[in-house]
Write a protein that binds this ligand. Structure first.
Ligand code: NAD
Length: 325
């Protein structure tokens, strides 16, 4: 199969080239897939896409007209693909799990950085400023953390939180008996948690699950963490919550309007997104650029599973990782 690989980065090329023997022919395009770039897929049997490629109905119709047979997502979430438009016409495969612990560990890294002010200390020490003033944090031990979504990543993160002797509240539409947390309703979780971490997928039900109303229910000083999908949070409401001092800190690896910004070097440029720019100026907001997945182990797993998914479709016209609704 000839595979057009969109939004490719050096680390993608490195990890996929480790599997040179697969017999698949990859062409790496740095550009994202969108209606403007879909012509590049002409002559290929499959496209390989990531979280910010735009795979809407128009793009899918074009891919079908070019005889592209497969959309291979090299990620778990598929909210950027119009699965309904693809169904029965072009196959969609994904990597359901590549390293849940990579994302869970990054979530804890963000939380610890925030509550122990490591980001401030790092910059201060570089300037030989050894003062401790303003760096007072708080213990995680004994605090209540509310975890929304207790699937693969949520469960890993809860295990880590239990290691820190935190009280873990959880909310999910499907409870997992292996999860060591007290399941509760969403309102109780909002009201009782000192820290709230999002690990559910982006769906019409979860979009803006963190909004003005839910923020009102939370404790003053609450820390909100999102390593899942940007649109789980209404960013303007989050900003208001931070400005009013209701929200104590936010740790964000994802942002609703991240496409076109995240994964790119904008140093020396003017950021047009005022909400993002304002969030970045906040002393109590830590932002990483959708990097929670970015470990060597996860990249290898992504490459291996994606290649196996494509080979399965090539050989058997089916894959256990097909997205079907
Ligand atoms: P998963 O499918 O294993 O778990 C998701 C959980 O969310 C499930 O238990 C499901 O029942 C629950 N859920 C679904 N709808 C819900 C709702 N309305 N309310 C509460 N819970 C609900 O997925 P996962 O592997 O744990 O991944 C979770 C999310 O993490 C993914 O959807 C993806 O968006 C995100 N992710 C981010 C990165 C990153 O680099 N930042 C990497 C991988 C995944």
């Amino acid at each position: 199969m000839k595979v057009a690989f969109f939004d490719s980065k050096n680390y993608d090329v490195e990890s996929f080239q480790k599997f040179k023997t697969s017999g698949l022919d990859f062409k790496f395009f740095e550009t994202k897939l969108s209606l403007d770039t879909v012509e590049l897929a002409r002559g290929y049997n499959a496209v390989c896409v990531f979280v910010n490629d735009v795979v809407n109905k128009e793009v899918i119709d074009k891919l079908i007209s070019f005889n592209v047979q497969l959309i291979a997502l090299r990620c778990a979430g598929y909210n950027n693909v119009d699965i309904k438009a693809a169904q029965g016409k072009i196959k969609v495969v994904r990597v359901p799990a590549y390293s849940p612990n990579a994302v869970a560990e990054h979530t804890m890294a963000l939380l610890l950085t925030s509550v122990r002010r490591i980001h401030k200390a790092y910059i201060r020490i570089k300037d030989f400023n050894f003062s401790l003033s303003g760096l007072t944090g708080f213990d995680l031990c004994g605090k209540t953390i509310g975890v929304i979504g207790t699937g693969k990543i949520g469960k890993e993160f809860i295990d880590i939180c239990n290691g820190f002797k935190m009280n873990v509240l959880a909310y999910d539409i499907a409870q997992n008996k292996d999860v060591k947390a007290k399941y509760t309703d969403l309102n109780t979780l909002f009201e009782k948690s000192d820290i709230i971490s999002l690990h559910c997928p982006l769906t019409p039900q979860t979009q803006y699950i963190i909004n003005k109303k839910s923020i009102e229910k939370m404790k003053k000083g609450v820390v909100i963490i999102n390593t899942s999908r940007g649109a789980l949070i209404n960013a303007d409401d989050l900003l208001e919550g931070i400005k009013s001092r209701k929200i104590g800190a936010a740790c964000l690896d994802v942002y609703e309007e991240e496409a076109g910004v995240f994964f790119n070097d904008f140093s020396g440029h003017i950021i047009d997104d005022d909400t993002l720019a304002r969030l970045i100026t906040m002393p109590n907001v830590i932002l990483t650029s959708h990097q929670a997945f970015l470990t060597t182990e996860a990249l290898n797993n992504i490459a291996e599973t994606t290649i196996n998914n494509i080979l399965d479709i090539e050989k058997n016209n089916s894959s256990k990782n097909e997205v079907i609704i």
